[in-house]
Design a protein. Structure first.
Length: 228
């Protein structure tokens, strides 16, 4: 298990829980707006797993959960064993994923290893290759992951980071159709930082973001802004 970073205490990554967030190295996407480029490109030192579990052991009375984020955690072959060890300590587990590995996701859900899933929906499916930096991307895997979340009834949220260069009204109209019947989608504010893959990208302003929520609410039960 390759962990390249830890946020020891987070009040926002797991709904209504105090959590530790771990960041796994590597990703199969190259989204230009990603603010974890160092994690994705595996530029940081690997965290000692034993020290991580020692930390969890010492914080049992203070922490509720562990968030496994990235990069893309489902690329780690030993992810189920890693999470099982966390669960055995009494912690809840949240998984952050881009949804591209439904096979691993199914494994985790079948074994009841995750208590909450946050899945990124980068854009409408037709335009996924433009925003992920991957040509001929297999969006069917994303759709399969969505189906698995429905099938296993695991609490989850969908989230889309709004970037002005990639999210126009036409994209949002298509996204509304792609996610018809979904329960909840968060529209997140993009923040340009020096750790992003590319620079010069811009946020969608709040007025436009609110307008986008109106479009999406026609087909999605709850559409909320995050970071605005």
């Amino acid at each position: 298990m390759q962990i390249l970073g830890i946020e020891k205490v987070s009040m926002v990554d797991f709904p209504n829980k105090i959590a530790t967030t771990v960041f796994t190295g590597g990703c199969n996407f190259r989204c230009p707006f990603c603010h974890n480029s160092g994690i994705v490109k595996q530029e940081y030192s690997v965290v000692d797993i034993n020290e991580f579990f020692e930390y969890l052991e010492s914080r049992k009375k203070l922490l509720d959960a562990v968030v496994v984020s990235g990069g893309e955690p489902t690329l780690q072959n030993d992810l189920p064993e890693f999470i099982a060890k966390i669960k055995a300590m009494g912690y809840l587990v949240k998984l952050d994923t881009n949804g591209s590995n439904p096979f691993m996701l199914k494994n985790l859900l079948e074994k009841k290893l995750v208590d909450y899933v946050a899945m990124d929906i980068k854009n409408n499916f037709e335009d996924y290759d433009k925003i992920t930096g991957i040509k001929n991307i297999n969006t069917e895997n994303i759709k399969k992951s969505l189906e698995l979340l429905h099938q296993f009834n695991t609490p989850y949220e969908l989230r889309t980071t709004l970037v002005n260069e990639f999210h126009k009204e036409a994209n949002i109209e298509k996204l509304a159709q792609d996610l018809t019947g979904e329960h909840i989608l968060y529209l997140q504010k993009f923040v340009d930082t020096d750790t992003c893959f590319e620079h010069g990208l811009s946020e969608v302003d709040k007025m436009t973001a609110v307008y986008f929520t109106g479009i999406l609410k026609k087909t999605i039960d709850n559409v909320l802004l995050r970071g605005y």
